[in-house]
Write a protein that binds this ligand. Structure first.
Ligand code: UDP
Ligand code: MG
Length: 324
């Protein structure tokens, strides 16, 4: 008999929660019948402004063990997932999924089946055709981002894999040991390593509400991810500087020779202006990039926790109606 904990980060999902819990309860019953797996839940309310937390506290979970964590404010999905993994210490495996039903709960059955059958450390769902659901610009940008980040690391960060994932105990323990407070989970899954396998899924559209991740937040997340996982851009800056300095030196030599031996040449003020502002721009880009990395070290150096809890409620199985 193995146990799994289903971890769900929640930010303003009151409209989605009743349907989610209903479907999860059905899945939990099937997991118990078909796979001999006992399911518990960990819900992390990431500072919702709606009634998500109270709604969960009043929900009937059919006798299953439930842990309700409430953050003191919105700390972000990455922090919520980390808190959930922390809280699920006793489980043999942890399953993470979104609350908005874009991660079909039925797929948990497949994740568990593969975990049991193949004994691998992590099974994740990946979007089969990302381009269909996203515009070409977004998929080009994400493609470029993953290209950069995967060039600079020894491990792969899977592009189409979201946070719908099962991890076994040693995988979860490895994540629990990582000390950083800025946590880009997709990167950490790759960093941890072990044996992982993907299963395809086609995520349905969000049932209610809108995604919390607009273009700006995604850009911020990419910078967080990049600065956390690779220093390759810093090296690239140095190389680019070397290249440009080399070119300028050659050009300087050319001007001197032209003047000395041919008494001609000379360049107009506009080309000087263009060059100066061009290199000014390049320097600013590089400084900004450098600033991103320094900012990251400042944040980590403070050693603040990734989240603060306002409430930590364990719903007692006895106070609820018996399970089926
Ligand atoms: N979420 C969260 N904190 C946030 C934003 C989102 O815990 O600050 C949760 C949200 O409730 C959902 C999951 O993270 O369960 C995915 O969020 P969303 O659907 O907005 O993102 P998308 O599906 O567009 O990636
Ligand atoms: Mg979603």
């Amino acid at each position: 008999m193995s146990t799994i904990a289903i971890v769900v980060p929640i930010y303003n999902e009151a409209e989605n929660l009743p349907a989610l819990v209903e479907r999860l309860n059905l899945i939990a019953a099937r997991l118990s019948d078909e796979h001999g797996v006992t399911t518990s839940y960990v819900f992390i309310d990431d500072g919702s402004r709606d009634s998500s937390f109270d709604l969960l506290a009043g929900t009937d979970f059919q006798g299953r063990a439930v842990r309700l964590l409430q953050f003191s404010r919105n700390f972000g999905k990455e922090a919520a997932l980390s808190a959930g993994i922390e809280a699920a210490l006793d489980a043999d495996a942890v399953v993470m999924m979104d609350a908005d039903l874009q991660h079909p709960p039925e797929l948990v059955l497949d994740l568990v089946r593969i975990w049991h059958a193949e004994g691998i450390d992590s099974v994740y769902a990946y979007k089969e055709d990302r381009r269909a659901s996203e515009g070409w610009l977004k998929s080009a940008l994400t493609g470029g981002f993953y290209w950069i980040i995967n060039r600079g690391t020894r491990f792969d960060i899977t592009q189409n894999a979201g946070d719908f994932r099962l991890i076994n105990r040693r995988f979860a323990d490895a994540l629990r040991r990582l000390p950083e407070s800025e946590r880009f989970m997709k990167g950490l899954y790759g960093w941890v390593g072990f044996r992982q396998r993907g299963v395809p899924m086609t995520p349905p559209p969000r049932q209610h509400g809108v995604s919390s991740f607009n273009a700006w937040r995604l850009v911020a997340l990419s910078f967080d991810a990049m600065t956390s996982f690779t220093t390759a851009p810093l090296r690239l800056m140095g190389l680019a500087g070397l290249f440009i300095a080399g070119l300028s030196a050659l050009y300087g030599l050319y001007i001197v020779i032209e003047r000395l031996f041919f008494m001609s040449g000379g360049i107009g003020i506009s080309s000087v202006l263009a060059l100066v502002s061009f290199f000014g721009g390049i320097q600013m880009i590089f400084l900004g990039l450098l600033g991103e990395y320094i900012g990251k070290t400042v944040l980590e150096a403070k050693r603040r926790p990734a989240y603060l809890l306002a409430q930590d409620v364990t719903l007692d199985a006895h106070t609820q109606t018996a399970g089926d």
